[in-house]
Design a protein around this ligand. Structure first.
Ligand code: NAD
Ligand code: DGY
Length: 326
């Protein structure tokens, strides 16, 4: 008998077809995303679960007595309560690598947009406010030849570093849990303390996972260490930044500008003061959101799910849960 899995998120037809060849399944068919309550009601028989970011904790696992594996259609897995999963031997998988280049493209787009004030000036032109006089007030700052500091030199951090080095001739500083000698050589990058990075960089880009350790990694003290002319980019998770401190830094010209794909609360509240600031470029958490990459992510997540519920080793088990396979 085929194992039974529940798909809480839609996947492309080809991916669903692949799942159907290896598993029996049900899927969420609502027009709105599945609610927590609806999800809990679906889990009684499920041996596998496909999600994007839904919280996997004791309460959910108590509703899923047959569950063996949870497959996340995302590389970040801060939605996994790893302890709750470990104690029940639940395999957890994610989608690394297939999205690196797409997220890196977006990181660079945010850097350029904030530096050259693209959304602000686009709005000005469309509102008919383009005047043929000294354009000083519209000037931005250069990206080429400047210093980029990357906090979190992992798979995506490195892909951004490559673009910055070889596309924009930037000088690369980085701070990471550990030094990466190959990356240093490839990008002529320099490992520095976080404080040095903040003090010396013209662009500071955050690309760490959200963990207990990285919660509010950027706060008032860290923003005050940055140059007044510096641009801050967050493509990691909203919770890595103390948003109140960021707002304060942007309102008081402690830093020049910010580019944000992620927020402490998502979707961001329309009342969030960040949305009123002309020196902030905002995006709705779309780092990996191209048709091609979202397809590759769904495909990898389906392969992980099918392997796990059929007793095979999925290619992308998250590091903290690898022990469960032994
Ligand atoms: N905006 C988006 O749409 C989007 C898309 C993909 C990934 N992400 C986020 O980006 C994160 C990184 O993805 P990745 O694939 O590059 O992961 P990765 O594991 O390859 O890289 C993360 C790096 O951060 C470093 N790190 C961890 N804690 C740190 C700390 N306290 N200080 C300094 N460095 C630290 C790690 O050593 C690692 O090198 C994901 O976990 C996810 O949250 C966001
Ligand atoms: O972590 C990821 O893969 C992205 O943030 C999409 O959720």
């Amino acid at each position: 008998m085929k194992p039974y899995v529940y798909l809480a998120r839609p996947v492309p037809p080809e991916v669903e077809d692949y799942i159907s060849q290896h598993c029996s399944y049900k899927k969420w068919e609502g027009a709105e995303p599945i609610t927590r309550k609806e999800l809990l009601e679906q889990l009684g028989e499920a041996q596998g679960l496909l999600i994007t970011g839904e919280k996997i904790d004791d309460e959910l696992l108590d509703h899923a007595p047959n569950l063996k594996a949870v497959s996340n259609i995302s590389v970040g897995y801060n939605n996994f309560d790893l302890e709750a999963m470990q104690k029940r031997n639940i395999i957890g998988t994610n989608t690394p690598d297939v999205l690196n280049e797409t997220v890196a493209d977006l990181g660079v787009a945010l850097m350029l947009s904030a530096a050259r004030r693209i959304p602000e000036l686009d709005k000005l032109v469309k509102e008919g406010k383009w005047e043929n006089k000294d354009d000083g007030p519209l000037f931005g700052v250069d990206m080429h030849g400047k210093t980029l500091g990357i906090i979190g030199m992992g798979r995506i951090g490195e892909a951004i570093g490559r673009r910055a080095k070889f596309g924009f001739n930037m000088n690369i500083l980085y701070h990471n849990r550990n030094r990466k000698m190959d990356t240093e050589k490839a990008l002529d990058a320099t490992f520095v303390t976080q404080e040095e990075l903040l003090q010396e960089s013209d662009f500071v880009l955050l690309m760490v996972p959200f963990t207990q350790e990285t919660k509010h990694l950027m706060g008032r003290e860290q923003f005050s260490q940055m140059k007044k002319s510096a641009i801050f980019i967050n493509t990691s998770r909203g919770q890595t930044v103390d948003e109140d401190s960021l707002i304060e830094a942007l309102q008081n010209n402690v830093i020049f500008a910010a580019g944000l794909d992620v927020f402490e609360q998502e979707p961001v509240s329309p009342d969030n003061p960040l949305l009123q600031l002309s020196n902030v470029v905002t995006l709705p958490h779309i780092g990996s959101a191209t048709h091609q990459t979202r397809f590759e992510m769904a495909k990898l997540a389906a392969e992980n799910l099918v392997a796990a519920v059929n007793g095979e080793e999925p290619s992308a088990v998250v590091p903290e849960l690898k022990g469960i396979l032994k």
